[in-house]
Design a protein around this ligand. Structure first.
Ligand code: IPE
Ligand code: IPE
Ligand code: MG
Length: 236
């Protein structure tokens, strides 16, 4: 018996190495990564997944060379311009987890427009972790909890996990069942540290532009053995 997870989170790693290994630039690797990402979005609708979280840019990624950062910040503009009509047709809802206010204005406008336009869609949720850091997410949640306790009558003694989760960027979303990382590194890189406390971790060697639908499906489907107790390891 196999189960399709409700929420799959994906660390799309390895674009830069992919570009370099082909005598291309790191940015060309990122462009190739967006093509792989489109396939993974298709596979997610085909598999009936409800939420797909894609790690697109971490707060640590600002430390990269300026040209690469500029290119990464231009990608959402191009991507949503091109894909929004299709997402509307396919009933896909776009969410962003991360510090949207810290994005360059044009990038922020593009992602806010995508969220606004798709907000009533009821199909697959594609949640981009953009300008995201798990530690910052938890800290900003704590600041806002304290503020609500001080100014809005939140009873701090009643604070529990359910209430705290409402202060995270991922509010309203179920926790990921599986976190996949492409590119061969076995690291979490400040990604969904609260939300993935129960998640299965799956590390795949392929660089993200080489990450195919088939690899994705292999990684998300866990075969349940007859006892229902033990779980096979993921692909990769
Ligand atoms: C993509 O892979 C992740 C992003 C920050 C967009 P990388 O750019 O980290 O590629 P590698 O790991 O250097 O190959
Ligand atoms: C994680 O990849 C972040 C994204 C995929 C956006 P990185 O390449 O930035 O992470 P590290 O530097 O290997 O931890
Ligand atoms: Mg990397």
């Amino acid at each position: 018996m196999s189960t399709i997870p409700t929420h799959v989170a994906l660390i799309m790693d390895g674009n830069g190495r992919w570009g370099k290994s082909r005598g291309l630039t790191r940015s060309e690797g990122h462009y190739a990564g967006t093509k792989a990402m489109e396939d993974i979005i298709d596979a997610s609708t085909e598999q009936g997944i409800k939420v797909l979280t894609l790690y697109a840019f971490s707060t640590e990624n600002w430390k990269r060379p300026k040209d690469e950062v500029n290119y990464l910040m231009s990608l959402p503009i191009k991507f949503f311009n091109q894909k929004l009509p299709e997402f509307m047709r396919r009933n896909i809802k776009i969410l962003i987890s991360g510090d949207v206010d810290g994005l360059p204005k044009k990038t922020r406008n593009a992602v806010e427009r995508a969220m606004r336009k798709t907000k009533n869609n009821t199909g697959l949720i594609v949640n981009f972790a953009l300008n995201y850091s798990s530690r910052s997410e938890i800290l900003q949640a704590i600041y806002r909890v304290l503020k609500d306790a001080k100014e809005n009558g939140l009873a701090i003694d009643d604070l529990d996990e359910v209430t705290f989760e409402k202060y995270l960027y991922t509010r309203g979303l179920p926790d990921p069942d599986v976190v996949i990382r492409s590119g061969g590194e076995k690291r979490v890189s400040n990604f969904l540290m609260w939300q993935s406390s129960e998640a299965r971790l799956c590390f795949v060697d392929e660089l993200f532009p080489d990450f195919t639908k088939e690899l994705f499906v292999k990684a998300i489907i866990e075969e349940k053995e007859d006892t229902g107790l033990s779980w096979k390891e993921c692909a990769g």
